[in-house]
Design a protein around this ligand. Structure first.
Ligand code: ZN
Length: 360
């Protein structure tokens, strides 16, 4: 899986820009060209309900994407290469045409939505250079070391695991350092070849195509379930590969946070809501699904899991050498505060993790 819409890619790439003017030109070309994408009407992927009032219309989304460019334009150095804008403002997922929230379970989703074929090609065809993959791998290691430590704490011991969307193998490596035996699953053959060169077993394809007999103690899906065409099928497949007592571990952007902050963008609290969303890659909503803790719990419970632990979090740090010094300090300060709030409130936490155990 290639995830531009979260920090796995670490904001690393190559190219040049001089700021927002350039950025808006790119925006017009790739984020807002609905004619190049085929759409279909959608229902809620968790509960099947068709009752989904609009959360953000086309003009709202466009304004959010423009605010996101302005946000990063102010914070990045003038000599920042344009490809460094990846993960900040340009994503594998097109900006949504329109976002709704399921009246029944709370899932935030795109309606209409891009056809699954459009989605698959966005991920499978990506072929970054080995140098870039190594750089991504290196930048992601630290946050994945923390992720592996949380997993060990929550699962209660170490064991075997399958990571769905293993990409450049940063989590696989961090987990190995922490004493786990993880294998990867990813649709991106190019990334998989790189990850294999690090000594890991990786399956080419979606988890639904994994050999039926393969079992593990943990299936981990970090920053990925929100971008897949059919999350229900992925959760079902994960269940079938778990050993008795096994655990499904998921990290996703929080649809509840977006749904809470989105209406505030039309009020006097707009600057606060914008900062909250922008600092956590939620402005412009570059995801296919915005699971809420409640809607994700509903999905995993239906597939034979019992939710054991939910933890609110913020996006891992994205400041790098292209970030202006004041913006680096700002990010640290804002995420320090948000992190404390996120751990107490599952409603406004920008991201959350869910750990669910196989029932029975
Ligand atoms: Zn629903």
């Amino acid at each position: 899986m290639v995830r531009r819409s979260n920090v796995r890619r670490g904001g690393l790439a190559s190219g040049r820009t001089t700021g927002v003017g350039f950025a808006l030109a790119v925006h017009d070309e790739r984020a807002d060209d609905p004619m190049s994408v085929a759409y279909e009407l959608a229902r809620c992927a968790v509960c099947g309900s068709a009752d989904g009032p609009e959360l953000a219309g086309a003009a709202d989304v466009r304004a959010e994407v423009e605010a996101l460019w302005a946000f990063h334009g102010r914070r990045l150095r003038a000599d920042t290469p344009p490809a460094q804008l990846m993960d900040r403002v340009a994503f594998s997922q097109h900006a949504p045409l329109r976002l709704v929230q399921c009246a029944d379970c709370g899932l935030v989703y795109r309606n209409p939505v891009e056809r699954p074929r459009e989605l698959a090609s966005a991920y499978e065809d990506e072929s970054p250079t080995s140098e870039r993959m190594q750089a991504l791998h290196d930048t992601q290691r630290a946050s994945y070391a923390a992720q592996a430590a949380r997993l060990t704490r929550t699962f209660g011991r170490r064991g075997s695991g399958i990571e769905v969307g293993s990409y450049v193998g940063a989590f696989l490596a961090a987990a190995r350092d922490a004493g786990w035996r993880f294998a990867g699953v990813d649709v991106n053959a190019c990334a998989n070849a790189f990850t294999r060169s690090l000594g890991f077993a990786v399956h080419d394809g979606p988890i639904e195509s994994l050999e039926a007999g393969q079992r593990a103690d943990v299936v981990a899906i970090w920053n990925c379930l929100d971008q897949l065409a059919d999350p229900t099928s992925v959760v079902r497949a994960a269940r079938s590969h778990l050993a008795p007592g096994g655990m499904l571990a998921i990290r996703v952007p929080n649809g509840a946070c977006y749904a809470t902050m989105r209406p505030l963008l039309r009020t006097r609290l707009a600057p606060l809501a914008r900062e909250w969303l922008a600092q956590n890659n939620l402005l412009g909503f570059p995801y296919r699904f915005g699971f809420t803790p409640a809607s994700l719990a509903r999905l995993v419970t239906r597939h034979g899991f019992e939710v054991e632990h939910v933890e609110g979090d913020v996006l891992v740090p994205i400041a790098d050498r292209w970030t202006r010094p004041w913006a680096r300090l700002e990010e640290r300060a804002v995420k320090g505060v948000l992190g404390r709030v996120a751990r107490r409130s599952h409603t406004v936490a920008p991201w959350f993790e869910m750990y669910a155990r196989v029932r029975g």
